[in-house]
Design a protein around this ligand. Structure first.
Ligand code: 2BA
Length: 136
């Protein structure tokens, strides 16, 4: 009685930083990728295939005001380049037509509206340091 027997499961305390006494966690980065909604599905599938966890958010661009998708991933420092490679393989740049806002006209002036072509990149990617990452 009293203490755990020989076969009792061991619960290991996480290793701790000697100075701060906080658990040592792997270095993690947050990758934020803003992509075309048509590319988001294949991108998330390709990420899952390589066992990266991802969150897809619906978003829209400030300039074109069109729907895009924002994919968030928490990844180990050493896997960032692999993730960026997967984004590069699955996201393609496109040109989109935009109708410019008509200017305020003086009497006698006229404005001939014609659509402008804007190139939207394959993906806009931010890589941020993460102070703390836990899955509870
Ligand atoms: P949008 O803001 O809708 O921008 C779509 C495309 O329009 C941009 O493509 C760029 O080619 C053009 N554009 C944006 N702002 C412009 C401006 N002030 N003057 C002239 N052309 C402009 P990308 O640069 O590939 O950006 C695609 C989407 O990525 C953006 O959609 C926005 O949602 C996001 N994004 C790009 N840069 C960002 C940044 N620095 N911070 C946050 N989001 C960003």
């Amino acid at each position: 009685m009293g203490g755990p027997g020989r076969d009792a499961p061991m619960i290991r305390a996480p290793r701790r930083d000697q100075r701060t006494a906080r658990p040592i966690l792997a270095r993690v980065k947050l990758v934020v990728a803003i992509v075309n909604p048509e590319d988001a599905g294949p991108l998330v599938d390709a990420l899952l295939e390589r066992e990266f966890r991802a969150t897809r958010l619906h978003s829209s661009g400030g300039f074109l005001k069109q729907t895009n998708a924002t994919v968030l991933l928490g990844v180990d420092d050493g896997a960032v380049e692999e993730v960026v490679g997967i984004i590069r393989e699955n996201c393609h740049s496109r040109t989109q037509l935009v109708n410019p806002m008509p200017p305020i006209l003086e009497p006698g002036e006229f404005f001939l509206p014609y659509p402008l072509e804007v190139e939207v990149g394959g993906a806009t990617v931010f890589v941020l340091p993460v102070e703390r990452f836990e899955r509870l």
